[in-house]
Write a protein that binds this ligand. Structure first.
Ligand code: 5GP
Ligand code: ZN
Length: 112
C-alpha cells in the first residue's frame, strides 16, 4: 500500500523508533504515547483491520499474540500490560493498517 502510513514506516520510508522486528512484524514506539510504555505491533502484510481478517492470517495473529508477553517483559512490564486493537472509525481506529497497541508502566491502568 503506497499511501499507508504504517506500510511506509515498515518499508523504512518514514522514521520510527523500532524496538523489535522479524519476518512477520515490526514493533515501534507510538509517537503519542498514552502510557510510559506504548508500542505498536504491526504486521508487515497490509490489511486494514480485524474486519479484513481471513484464515490465511491465523499464523500471523498467533505469532503477534505470543510476542506480546515477550515484548512486555523486555520493556520491564513485570506486573502486566494492556493490549488494544481499534477497529474502524466506530472503534476509534486512526491508521487503517491492523496493529496491536501494547501499553503499560507507571501508575496502575484503570480497568473498564
Ligand atoms: P489507532 O487509533 O489507529 O488504533 O492507532 C494509531 C496510533 O498510531 C495512534 O496511537 C497514534 O499516536 C500512532 N501514530 C500515528 N502516526 C504515527 C507515526 O507517524 N509514527 C508513530 N510511531 N506512531 C504514529
Ligand atoms: Zn499498510
Amino acid at each position: 500500500m503506497t499511501d499507508c502510513l504504517f506500510c511506509k514506516i515498515i518499508e523504512g520510508k518514514l522514521p520510527s523508533d523500532r524496538v523489535y522486528e522479524d519476518d512477520q512484524v515490526v514493533v515501534f514506539k507510538d509517537i503519542h504515547p498514552k502510557a510510559p510504555v506504548h508500542l505498536l505491533v504491526v504486521p508487515r502484510v497490509h490489511f486494514a483491520s480485524l474486519n479484513e481478517l481471513v484464515p490465511a492470517h491465523d499464523g500471523l495473529m498467533t505469532h503477534m499474540l505470543r510476542l506480546l508477553p515477550v515484548l512486555a517483559r523486555k520493556q520491564g512490564l513485570e506486573t502486566g500490560f494492556r493490549t488494544v486493537i481499534n477497529t474502524g472509525p466506530g472503534g476509534g481506529q486512526e491508521v487503517p493498517h491492523l496493529h496491536i497497541h501494547l501499553l503499560g508502566g507507571g501508575a496502575r491502568l484503570p480497568g473498564f
